[in-house]
Design a protein. Structure first.
Length: 342
């Protein structure tokens, strides 16, 4: 097994532990943000793949091999993406973030045999600490409150298991997705519902101060017929709005969970989204609405949404959200793999 401590960035991580100033490494060869920013998805070819300094980052050579297999259309795409998703789940995102521009190129090529798999995994490095997270305080949260006198709004993410600055990995992945927004937006209208859902999941991590992405979500919402895809658009809008506050978006989401004409999946997604966008006490009407609509069958259907898949980690994501947000007094299921020991 490769030892990540042999990677060049380990010296940087060790220096940080010893008190070095993180600012001294900004823009250098070990700043994943600078490296990813130099990779343009629309200009990627084989030479670009081999020119990237994969070896500089923890598990980089492994990720290089995964991307090479995906680009070539060889091997098991599901296994390859599993490697990248597993690294993110284990809080080691730097090299996975380095793969994002390549995954975008594959995901936006409708003729590539692995475009669906690439789209499904490209946003994982853009979300920190989200596996199993189902609380109002943390679900759909892009960043904690920025600290004063820090380099950027991601510095309070702490360090990955390798010691690498977690915020740098997340920021690099989000910047790549933001830059590729024009390439990804057309996927919201793809004929395949899974593609539409995963496109919304990826675009929800893009910077959207001018509401271009959320406007595209709203346009698609008015056309969408699939109830689970509609629910995904609601969660995507809520996630983007949590990063870029906009009262009309929050008010729209509140109206959705109150609207009995909407599909149950939409009302449930809107209830969760609204709870994450406000610290107001939970209205009695929301309690009764969610408790009535959150059936086991509906939870299974909504588990196809990547937000719910990440939340559940073996349990139904929807029911975990309901329990954590509305019934926090209930204990963790005893058969859940993360249930704490007595």
């Amino acid at each position: 097994m490769e030892d990540w401590r042999a990677d060049p960035t380990f010296a940087m991580c060790r220096a940080l532990v010893d008190g070095a100033d993180l600012a001294s490494f900004v823009g250098g060869p070990f700043d994943i943000r600078a490296v990813v920013a130099a990779i343009r998805p629309e200009k990627i070819d084989g030479a670009v793949l081999d020119d990237v300094p994969w070896e500089n980052f923890p598990h980089g050579e492994k990720v290089h091999d995964v991307v090479r297999l995906l680009r070539a259309g060889d091997g098991s795409a599901r296994f390859a993406m599993g490697v990248l998703l597993g690294m993110c789940a284990n809080d080691s995102r730097a090299s996975a973030a380095l793969a994002v521009p390549f995954l975008i190129r594959i995901a936006t090529d409708p003729h590539h045999p692995h475009h669906t798999d690439a789209l499904g995994g490209l946003a994982a490095p853009a979300r920190a600490r989200h596996f199993g997270v189902a609380s109002r305080d943390e679900l759909l949260l892009h960043r904690s409150s920025p600290q004063h006198r820090v380099l950027d709004g991601y510095d309070d993410y702490g360090a990955e298991v390798t010691g690498y600055p977690a915020g740098w990995s997340v920021a690099a992945a989000r910047a790549a997705i933001t830059a590729a927004t024009p390439m990804l937006l057309p996927l919201l209208n793809d004929s395949d519902v899974t593609t539409r859902i995963h496109a919304a999941y990826a675009l929800a991590t893009a910077a959207d101060p001018d509401r271009r992405v959320r406007s595209a979500f709203a346009t698609r919402f008015d056309k969408e017929q699939d109830p689970v895809a509609l629910a995904g658009l609601v969660l995507a809008t809520a996630e983007s709005t949590r990063a870029h506050s906009h009262r009309p978006d929050t008010a729209w989401i509140r109206r959705l969970w109150q609207d009995r004409a909407q599909a149950p999946e939409v009302r449930l997604a809107a209830a969760i989204g609204w709870l994450c966008l406000t610290d107001e006490p939970v209205p009695h009407a929301l309690h009764t609405t969610v408790d009535a609509l959150a059936t086991e069958e509906r939870a299974r259907a909504m588990d196809t949404l990547p937000w719910m898949t990440a939340v559940g980690c073996g349990e139904s994501g929807l029911l975990r959200c309901v329990r954590r947000m509305l019934h926090p007094e209930e204990p963790e299921p005893r058969d859940a793999p993360w249930a704490p020991l007595p």
